[in-house]
Design a protein around this ligand. Structure first.
Ligand code: SF4
Length: 327
């Protein structure tokens, strides 16, 4: 029997090129697993509870990107978290059995409060403290046995496993499988200025960027700051452009490295080569998205079908939960 995967993304509107490797992984997983892909709109509220006006629009925009990359609603259950109320129900029940100290020691908790505090956002809320438990409920409500994660998210998954174990132990039942990590090697792309890629920093390359937009963004990319003249020898390892070449231009990588260190290629030409490669990757996605946009009811249909499939699975788990608890 195929394993069951649960994964999700917060709705941030149309996605950027940094999300592409996650989605490509998902597309691959569709072939090997029973896949549940969730738009985590409640999770968006844990850090942006006062910014709900455009949330629905962002959800739809993101779903169009998913489909454009190859997420297939015929193979995967694609759904919106807030449409499946069982996530909230299970979150509540698990909150009764989860020690507060488990939540307080989640490594990212204090870091994120501090980080977002610096950006002027106060997230000292009950919802933010509880978001790892909501994540646990998201996974466990589908009895998913596999979760794709990066190394940095392993503590969150371990937390979900501990919660599952505790529930099973307390009620002497095997309701929840302990979800296993599927470690994914993701291409970590910096923003064009070398910082973390983020829409809010305006340093991202959108997945829907047109050729002119790509050229402009690549021209803005930070290169080796020591390189002043075209024939100065450069250090590709400190250059954002080269980081992208490593992912999108394997064929010419050796040559670019050699020419850069010898000072025989200028950064302008090097960037032009990269822009062509990125455009080659994004053009078919843009094209598919334009096609999909011609069907106005498409996203509503996808959401409706996904909701039915997700609800069926979540209801079946909740029956087991209530039975185990004897309520
Ligand atoms: S030649 Fe290319 S790799 Fe070298 S510093 Fe310029 S942009 Fe970067």
């Amino acid at each position: 029997m195929k394993g069951r995967i649960l994964s999700g993304m917060r709705p941030t509107g149309s996605l950027h090129i940094g999300h592409l490797s996650v989605l490509e992984n998902w597309v691959q997983m569709q072939k090997e697993y029973e896949t549940f892909f969730m738009v985590a709109d409640w999770h968006a509220l844990t850090t942006a509870f006062d910014d709900t006006e455009t949330l629905n629009e962002k959800v739809r925009d993101m779903l169009l990107d998913w489909l454009s990359v190859g997420i297939d609603p015929g193979k995967s259950t694609v759904f919106i978290q807030s449409h499946i109320k069982e996530h909230a129900e299970l979150h509540l029940l698990l909150s009764m059995v989860t020690p507060l100290s488990w939540l307080e020691r989640v490594p990212t908790y204090k870091d994120q409060i501090q980080q977002l505090g610096k950006e002027g956002r106060d997230i000292n809320t009950y919802g933010f403290l509880g978001y790892p438990l909501l994540q646990a409920a998201d996974i466990l409500v589908y009895r998913a046995d596999t979760v794709p994660v990066g190394e940095d998210q392993l503590p969150h998954l371990e937390f979900s496993r501990e919660v599952a174990r505790r529930f099973n132990f307390l009620y002497d039942a095997h309701v929840f499988p302990e979800p296993q990590a599927k470690l994914s090697k993701l291409a970590l792309l910096p923003g064009v200025d070398g910082r973390k890629m983020s829409k809010s920093y305006h340093n991202d390359i959108s997945m829907t960027e047109d050729t002119e937009g790509i050229n402009k963004k690549v021209r803005q990319m930070v290169t080796d700051p020591q390189r002043i003249r075209k024939d100065d020898p450069g250090d590709p390892e400190v250059c954002v452009v080269f980081t992208y070449h490593k992912i999108y231009n394997q064929e010419e990588l050796k040559e670019i490295e050699k020419d850069c260190t010898a000072g025989t290629i200028g950064c302008v030409d090097c960037k032009k080569k990269l822009a062509v490669k990125i455009d080659g990757v994004l053009a078919p996605i843009r094209e598919k998205r334009r096609e999909l946009e011609k069907t106005p009811d498409l996203i509503d249909d996808v959401i409706g079908t996904g909701e039915r499939k997700a609800k069926e699975a979540a209801e079946s788990t909740m029956e087991k939960v209530w039975k185990a608890m004897g309520i």
